[in-house]
Design a binder for this molecule. Structure first.
Ligand code: GLU
Length: 356
């Protein structure tokens, strides 16, 4: 029988990192066995269903590069299946109607008095109906296994094989939540962690048998590696910058830093320069005029080296070009700017000096 697994988030918005771990583990389990991953949206609980929640999850999965083979299958569209399966169990004598009209199985409610399915019934009915062979989910669902096994039998089937993985905790060992600063995929994305880095971290964790503490330092190192692994085009696109800036973006540890560098070079702030900076600016202008419009690494490094050799004020050049006292290596800034733009910035800085 070919392997079929499912990832079944509730549509509460951007995926909790622990849920993303479950998704990655299911994808890998299917891939290693030539199986299929079904995406199921558990959207019957109004408290756990928020506007746009499903789209946020689909966007997170796409961002992380986690594809699904079937779905999304929405529980809210399958009420008929659940009540049909429950009624069959009632006819078989496996489930009993309560005085209040609900349908029960040894104390477990399958259908509420209003006829709606409980989470336990819906999830088991789906696992059977969708032909799921293995359930892989977080160990917070461990207490559900035994009741779900009984429900599966009452529905005339067998629960798939169930594997529970350890949970992802905060660095303090408590349940990972907003309190820790980063809990959802969106939190890491907004912090500039590349998708490849977050995916690699989740792949590294695999299917942990015990709870694991989030290792932010590890994610930070993977982010640096992921940025190093990007082509110039990829990095520039990720930082919303023209590709000429790629070399300057290389020093960034996150995509947020890369975007800040791109802004610094693209739309520099005005900065006050030391009054004795003029000779350095003049020397820079001479060197820049004598070099090609678009600079190769060697040309750009040569300009900076030459300025240093004559005791030039490199900080003043940086201030004139970027408006900031610190930033990426100066040669990368010099290389990022076409000649006319660099000369214009230096001229403006020199003007502001002579007018003081
Ligand atoms: N919808 C449940 C959750 O979000 C998952 C149910 C299951 O995997 O059995 O945790």
């Amino acid at each position: 029988m070919s392997v079929r697994v499912r990832f079944a988030p509730s549509p509460t918005g951007s995926l909790h990192l622990g849920n993303a771990l479950t998704a990655v583990a299911n994808r890998r389990f299917a891939d290693e066995r030539g199986g299929a991953l079904v995406l199921r949206i558990d959207d019957t609980d109004p408290i756990r269903t928020i506007e746009g929640g499903e789209q946020a999850i689909l966007a997170d999965l796409e961002w992380l590069g986690i594809a699904w083979d079937e779905g999304p299958v929405r529980q809210s569209e399958r009420a008929g299946l659940y009540s049909g399966m429950a009624r069959a169990a009632e006819r078989d004598g496996a489930a009993q109607r309560d005085v209040d009209g609900s349908l029960r199985l040894d104390g477990l409610t399958l259908l509420r008095a209003d006829g709606s399915a409980t989470y336990q019934l819906a999830t088991v009915a789906d696992d059977l109906d969708l032909g799921i062979t293995h359930v892989i989910r977080g160990s917070d669902h461990r207490p559900n296994e035994e009741p779900q096994r009984r429900i599966a039998r009452a529905l005339g089937g067998e629960l798939p094989e169930v594997m529970h993985h350890g949970l992802l905790l905060g660095e303090d060992g408590k349940k990972l939540s907003k309190r820790h600063g980063h809990a959802s995929v969106a939190d890491f994305r907004e912090d500039g962690i590349p998708a490849a880095a977050l995916r690699a971290y989740l792949e590294e964790l695999g299917l942990p048998s015990h709870d694991v503490h989030l290792d932010r330092a590890r994610i930070g190192r993977l982010a640096i590696e992921a940025i190093a692994g990007m082509s110039d085009d990829e990095l520039a696109a990720a930082a919303d910058a023209p590709v000429e800036l790629a070399r300057a973006l290389r020093g960034a540890r996150t995509l947020v830093e890369a975007r800040a560098i791109a802004r610094q070079i693209g739309t520099p702030a005005a900065a006050a320069l030391p009054t004795d900076a003029l000779p350095t600016l003049e020397r820079f202008a001479e060197l820049r005029m004598g070099a090609p419009d678009r600079l190769a690494e060697d040309d750009a490094r040569a300009i900076v080296r030459e300025l240093k050799a004559v005791g030039g004020d490199l900080r003043a050049v940086r201030l004139a070009l970027t408006g900031e006292p610190r930033g990426p290596e100066l040669w990368t800034v010099v290389a990022a700017l076409p000649a006319a733009e660099a000369l214009e910035r230096v001229r403006r800085a020199a003007d502001s000096l002579s007018h003081r």
